[in-house]
Design a protein. Structure first.
Length: 634
């Protein structure tokens, strides 16, 4: 299992302002600072300070609000009429908003003709899931807008510096400001007496080697004893298809996992076991290389269409294409038959661990990274965060499936994949398919995306039906990835290429929850520790919203009546990250008392035992268990 690709953030982020009319306060004693001008009267419009020199021509930033009629009262201005020929012009300082003008709500859409403003403008827009950057038409805006002059970068920098020798340049010089202490962090919520949520810890990906041995067994035992003393309920282990059925079909070697499970049972820990039908080594966080079985790789050399394929014809060998779920291309077996035989062998081999309750859950791998998704953002194909990824449906089996679907719909010309969907590292608005008002919402686009998502749902349905047969009476779960980048755009492009048909006008996670409910499976979701504001500060152009995504997915699962577990997407050692996880695990004032039924921590490593990390983690475990801690932040 791999960590979220968030860590692949590229270098060299573009510089941008943090808002349309605010800058960081200058430090006291800065050279060349002119005394502050007297504040203009709030009763006179436009707000002009006679002490200021005439500003150079400024470009215009256009803010279009989601509710134009509500903006005018906040500004103490009459609402714009339909007959208005030009937008209202409000000259303002580059350093701060003029007194009397209410700061526009963050739901306002920043629009600029200047490419250099794009990062900052998207940052200002990011708080609304419907705020999508748009280009301004050459003829000017076509609807009532609030137009605010924005200085060029050179003018803004001059205004901030105050010019050489104290000379006043640009729009205005900033007055010296006192250093403001950072805001105090919010008080911590007391989780004493709240429901008990079990905590598991993922073991290293290569804890069982290709040779069937437990890697660094003595060190592992020592670490597990510390985790047991910290209150951890159990551990999660990946059972790799490529390790167990490595050489010949239906010849399984479980020796290494028997040794590992024996260690875990002796320490009185429980087990979550992942049926990992994907390779390890091609994703962010993969520190070992475990390919698919050798005999599968040999089949792929003569028939590469058993793998997912992108528009350029590149094969992704991480997992098998869902197009061969019912094709007998694996030495006389279909893909789902291969998965079933593997799961049945595991169930028979470890029967005693099921009977004793040591194995508490089986997580069934359904795609890339063991998650239910297409391998749409593969790092080994050049993807970098926050690229939208690419559709993975160009192998001949999925293309045949697409042709049948188009003919059944009565539109044979739709038997093709989009040719204007960009590439792995495109942004949505730079493509014809995902841009606002793009082809994704056309008749053809809706047909294609519905087919693409239905292939994912059908694959989950087939494999979970057989998993229920193999593990009858045991808890099973499915992991769904948290693709939170581009969530605040209309198309949700990164989710679409991964198979989640979840644009702003459609719930793409409710159908997944219904499939899981059909088979009694729980949903395991990632990124519960991420905070939206942190994502905006680190990479504002991604228009990410992990908090909004977590809220949507958890509620889709709870509304379907299935259990929900979660895990962190990135390594987490700090109290703020743990607190965010706790808030999602046990929502405040939920009228139905809903909460997570389990949490799995990513991942066991030496860093967890360094400095304050272990005490913080132990404190987190106690709070997940509903125990009291005595150092809550007031």
């Amino acid at each position: 299992m791999a960590a979220s690709p968030q860590r692949e953030v590229g270098e060299g982020r573009r510089r941008g302002i943090t808002g349309c009319c605010s800058r960081s306060p200058a430090a006291p004693g800065s050279r060349g600072r002119a005394p502050p001008p007297p504040p203009p009267s709030s009763s006179s419009l436009p707000f002009q300070d006679p002490t200021l020199t005439a500003p150079p021509p400024a470009r215009t930033l256009l803010l279009q609000t989601a509710r134009p009629a509500m903006l005018a009262p906040a500004l103490s201005l009459p609402a714009p009429s339909a007959a208005a020929a030009t937008p209202t012009l409000l000259p303002v300082s580059s350093s701060s908003c003029a007194p009397g003008i209410a700061v526009p709500p963050l739901a306002a859409r920043p629009i600029s003709r200047r490419a250099g403003c794009a990062p900052a403008l998207r940052t200002a827009a990011a708080s609304s899931p419907f705020a999508v950057p748009r280009a301004v038409p050459e003829g000017g805006p076509a609807s009532p807008l609030l137009a605010v002059p924005v200085p060029d970068d050179e003018d803004a920098d001059a205004a901030m510096d105050g010019g050489d020798g104290g000379e006043q340049t640009g729009l205005a010089t900033r007055p010296a400001a006192a250093v403001v202490a950072p805001p105090r962090p919010p008080p911590e919520r007391d989780f004493a007496g709240t429901p008990y949520v079990p905590v598991y810890v993922m073991l290293p990906l290569g804890v069982v080697t290709v040779k069937g041995e437990v890697a660094e067994a003595d060190e592992l035992v020592a670490q597990l004893r510390v985790l047991k003393a910290a209150g951890v309920d159990g551990v999660m282990v990946d059972c790799w298809w490529g390790n167990v059925e490595a050489h010949r079909p239906q010849e399984y070697n479980w020796a290494g996992y028997k040794r590992l499970f024996h260690i875990i049972r002796d320490l009185k820990l429980k087990l979550q076991v992942v049926m990992s039908f994907h390779e390890c080594g091609g994703n962010v966080g993969d520190d070992v290389s475990i390919p698919l079985p050798e005999w599968v790789i040999e089949i792929g050399k003569s028939n590469p269409d058993i793998y997912f394929t992108d528009r350029e014809g590149r094969r992704n060998t991480e997992c098998l294409s869902w197009g061969i779920d019912k094709e007998r291309v694996l030495q006389g077996r279909t893909a789902v038959e291969v998965y079933f035989d593997f799961m049945r062998s595991f169930r028979v081999e470890f029967d005693e661990y099921f009977e004793d309750g040591i194995i508490s859950e089986i997580e069934v791998g359904l795609g890339a990274c063991g998650e239910l998704r297409y391998p749409s953002y593969a790092a080994n194909h050049g993807w970098k965060y926050p690229g939208i990824g690419e559709f993975q449906c160009y192998d001949r089996y999925l293309q045949k499936n697409l042709r049948r679907a188009a003919e059944a719909r009565g539109h044979a010309m739709w038997a093709k994949s989009p040719d204007n969907a960009g590439h792995y590292n495109s942004e949505p608005n730079n493509t014809g398919f995902f841009c606002d008002g793009g082809d994704y919402d056309s008749y053809y686009g809706r047909f294609f995306l519905n087919w693409y998502a239905q292939v994912l749902l059908d694959h989950a349905d087939r494999v979970l039906m057989l998993a229920r047969l193999a593990f009858e009476g045991s808890a099973i779960a499915v992991k769904v990835s948290g693709i939170h980048w581009w969530y605040k755009t209309a198309s949700h492009a990164a989710e679409l290429t991964a198979g989640f048909y979840n644009p702003c006008n459609r719930d793409g996670y409710a159908p997944i929850a219904q499939v899981l409910k059909k088979h009694g499976a729980a949903l395991n979701f990632t990124c519960v520790e991420l905070r939206t504001m942190d994502q905006h500060e680190v990479y504002p152009e991604a228009l990410a919203d992990p908090e909004g995504l977590v809220w949507q997915v958890l509620n889709a699962a709870w509304d379907a009546g299935i259990q929900v577990a979660s895990e962190n997407a990135l390594p987490c050692y700090d109290r703020d990250g743990f607190n965010k996880t706790l808030e999602n695990a046990k929502p405040r004032n939920d009228p139905d008392g809903r909460h997570l039924f389990g949490f799995t921590y990513l991942r066991l490593c030496s860093t967890l035992f360094e400095g304050p990390n272990l005490p913080e983690f132990e404190r987190f475990v106690k709070r997940m268990h509903g125990e009291a801690v005595h150092d809550l932040r007031a």
